[in-house]
Structures are given as C-alpha cells and as structure tokens.
Design a protein. Structure first.
Length: 252
C-alpha cells in the first residue's frame, strides 16, 4: 500500500513540472525576431546579433539642401558684390577712369548676350536690343549704370562630364560703375519651361524652388545651375574690368 501511494505521488509531481510556464511577453512576441516593442515604455529596441561589419546596417548621409542667397528686404534670390578697382602702377595706360569701366562692362555684356554682335567704332552702333534693355546710363562724372534682362538656355549638370538643357532662364543683370569700383547685381530669376503634353509655356520664379519643402532634390539642381552660371559671369567680369598688361616701349 505504501509503495502504491509513493508511485502515485511521483507521477503527479512529474506531470506538474512538465506544464509550460506562462509567456511573459504575450502571444505577439516573435522569438525569431531581433527587435521587439515594449508596450509599457513605447520604445523600440533594435538588437544587433552579428559583429561582422558587412552585416551592419548601412548608414546614409542626410541630404543637405542648397541655400541660394536671399535678399532679406525683397525676399528675392539675389547675387550682389562690390569689386574695388586697382589700376596698374604705371603711366602708360590710364584705365581706371569711370568711362573705361563703363565701356568694358558694356562691351562684355553685348558680346555675351547679343547674337552675332559686331563691335563698331561708332558709339551709335553699340546699343542693346530693346527686348533686353532696361537702362543704359552713361557715366555722368560720378556713376554709370547698365541694366539688362537677357534670356539664356539653362544647363543642368548630372555629373562632371555631361549636362542637359532644361528650359531657359530669364534674369536681370545690373552693373554700376564708379571711379574706383564697380558693383554687380543678379536678381529676378525666372525659369521658363514647357508643360509636357499640352506644350503650354510655364514660368516659375526661382524663389518657389528656394522655399519648396517637397521634392526639392530636383529643384535644387536648378538653383545649383544658376549659382554656377552667375559665379562664372562674376569671374569673367573680374578679368574684363582689370587693366590690360601694356609694355612701355622705352622699357623692354
């Protein structure tokens, strides 16, 4: 009798130990996953189970938007700078006069933005077409000013070797000259495109691109192309407005 009681007690004890423990994470926990959500804290934890660098998550650099220079008063994209004039230290060429700076700037703009331009010795022939001219004020002793509004093809560079034309760009260039310096200003940029399908002309002020908050990676390319174009013109102007190297015939 004692032996029978011992056998029954042993069977009950073994059966109790074999019962599964309750699941502390609930039925939603996935034992095959390396991540879980602790509902009590609201924090998602990610566990890395491999030390192999090739298995580590790829890190991506955050895209940084291109910031075009903005005039805080007009709220227009504006490039502006003042360049002092430094004449050559000799008496051979007097190129620092306001008239000389005015003519250099005018001839440069004509050669760049007038198709089939031919320089003439007659001042009456050196005039801007009416469709681009805003103001052409000859120096009056204190300052002179040229303001034009050309339209040029806009080229987008996809890399260092290729570029494609994406509509045209209309903008305003203003050059002011004084006896010892000149000022350039680029503003009022308008991107001209054609709507696909309807072929309807579309004009977009680039301030829209500068303030755009969605899909800005493509529109930033327009701003970058404009930035490059303006800086190239500024470099050209710096060369044009300098005194040419003249060799004194008595000093050779």
């Amino acid at each position: 009798m004692r032996i029978l009681f011992l056998l029954v007690f042993t069977s009950i004890f073994i059966s109790a130990k074999a019962q599964p423990e309750s699941d502390p994470f609930g039925s939603s926990y996935n034992y095959d996953s390396a991540a879980y959500v602790d509902s009590s804290s609201g924090i998602t934890e990610t566990v890395t189970t491999s030390a192999n660098p090739d298995d580590m998550p790829t890190s991506y650099k955050k895209y940084e938007r291109f910031k075009a220079p903005m005039d805080t008063v007009t709220e227009l994209v504006t490039y502006m700078g003042i360049v002092p004039f430094k004449p050559l230290p000799n008496d051979v060429y007097d190129g620092g006069t306001i008239d000389s700076l005015y003519m250099r700037a005018k001839l440069y703009l004509m050669q760049k933005y007038i198709k089939d331009y031919r320089a003439s010795k007659n001042p009456k022939d050196n005039i801007f077409p009416k469709d681009i001219l805003i103001e052409d004020m000859k120096p009056d002793g204190e300052n002179g000013r040229i303001v034009i509004k050309p339209t040029v093809p806009l080229y987008i560079s996809s890399n260092n070797f290729t570029k494609s034309e994406w509509g045209t760009l209309t903008f305003k260039i203003e050059i002011r000259v004084k006896e010892d310096k000149y000022r350039y200003k680029f503003t009022n940029f308008v991107h001209n495109t054609v709507e696909k399908g309807s072929e309807k002309p579309t004009k977009t002020y680039i301030e829209y691109y500068a303030n755009n908050t969605r899909g800005f990676k493509s529109t930033d390319q327009v701003l970058i192309a404009i930035d490059k174009m303006v800086k190239d013109i500024v470099k050209d102007l710096a060369k044009v407005m300098k005194d040419p190297i003249v060799i004194d015939q008595d000093n050779f």
